[in-house]
Design a protein around this ligand. Structure first.
Ligand code: MRU
Length: 341
């Protein structure tokens, strides 16, 4: 099953609850936009391309469940849902991209039924396209990996972060499919452990060799010479930086210091042609995420906490960006890239 999809039988969104991994593969049937918003906030659905699909299906769901009596009222309801969905996770641009793509399409509808059809059709097309795009990213990126490479990745930019296949892990999958022997080192990715809970689980499912390390081990491991390439996903790419899971910037500095290629794999929909790094809001998450591990308290409750979910890696630390339209080497010409989007 895909990470996130639409069920025609139940007329709702279905997704894997990623907060339950790796202990359980729990499938959620979501027929309510408020529940989807909560799922996105709690990271039941997470990862940039999966958030794009979630945003798209969210508007389609709002259209199916609306009680509006006129097309104008329905569009107003979709606008309201869009505003809430977009703001749920502000750094990951794919979320607003998915929301806006479906909203734009819905607005061309001339009746309530037509708007519903258009919204759902567009959301399904976005999900299908995401799989195709990840496969193309995989093929383009696989050329950069050599037989025997050890690839270090951070967070989860795999199947579970997308509709299927993955961006950074899609590159690994495509290279392996092409006959290359690739090993992966996965960072734990504190505080929510997407690396240990999801990347490690996902790769083991596919029998891809993976070694888990804590985030604080990256310096030692890279310095010891065991890492050939660093490969991560992205939540937003602007002209001067790549936004990705907190800790990515540190990895890019280590890559530079030890002269290891630092690759970013992402769909063109992750590019933001309007903003520069200083204009991007970095999502700050609940302090409780650092004070508790599951239900267990692991810090004094009175301590002040800083919990940014993402950081900005300056473009000069990036060796190349792998997309479905090709591999791009900084300095990037955003004017030319814009034409390709
Ligand atoms: O907070 P998350 O788990 O949604 O963060 C996800 C990441 O940072 C991923 O690396 C990024 O979305 C790329 S996913 C292909």
């Amino acid at each position: 099953m895909r990470t996130i999809d639409w069920s025609d039988d139940k007329n709702c969104i279905v997704f894997v609850d990623q907060t339950k991994l790796p202990l359980a593969r729990h499938i959620v049937e979501c027929g309510d936009v408020d529940a989807l918003v909560e799922a996105i906030r709690s990271l039941s659905v997470r990862g940039a391309p999966a958030l794009g699909a979630a945003g798209a299906f969210g508007i389609a769901l709002a259209a199916q469940t609306s009680k509006a009596k006129s097309p104008m009222d329905l569009i107003q309801e979709l606008e309201d849902a869009a505003e809430i969905l977009r703001n749920t996770r502000p750094t990951a641009i794919n979320l607003s991209w998915g929301v806006d793509s479906v909203l734009r399409k819905a607005k061309t509808g001339h009746s309530i039924t037509h708007i519903r059809e258009l919204a759902l059709g567009e959301a399904k097309a976005i999900a299908d396209e995401d799989v195709e795009i990840c496969k193309k990213i995989g093929v383009n990126g696989a050329k950069l990996l050599e037989d025997g490479d050890v690839v270090l990745t951070h967070c989860n930019a795999g199947r579970m972060a997308c509709v299927d296949w993955g961006t950074a892990l899609g590159v690994v999958r495509s290279a392996i499919e092409g006959g290359k022997r690739i090993k992966v080192i996965a960072t734990e990715t504190r505080p929510l452990n997407q690396g240990s809970r999801i990347t490690a689980w996902e790769l083991l499912q596919d029998n891809i060799p993976v070694t888990l390390i804590t985030d604080s081990m990256i310096g030692h491991v890279i310095k010891s010479g065991t890492v050939d390439k660093i490969l991560v996903g992205a939540d937003r790419i602007v002209e001067d930086a790549v936004f990705n899971k907190i800790g990515t910037y540190t990895l890019s500095v280590m890559a530079k210091e030890h002269k290891i290629p630092f690759y970013v794999a992402a769909p063109m929909s992750t590019f933001d042609f309007k903003k520069r790094a200083s204009d991007v809001e970095i999502e700050e998450r609940d302090p409780q995420e650092l004070k508790y591990f599951g239900d267990e308290q692991i810090a004094p409750l009175g301590v002040k906490v800083y919990n940014p979910a993402f950081d900005a890696t300056p473009m000069e630390n990036v060796t190349a960006i792998i997309t479905e339209r090709g591999v791009f080497y900084p300095p990037l010409s955003f004017e030319e890239l814009k034409e390709l989007k």
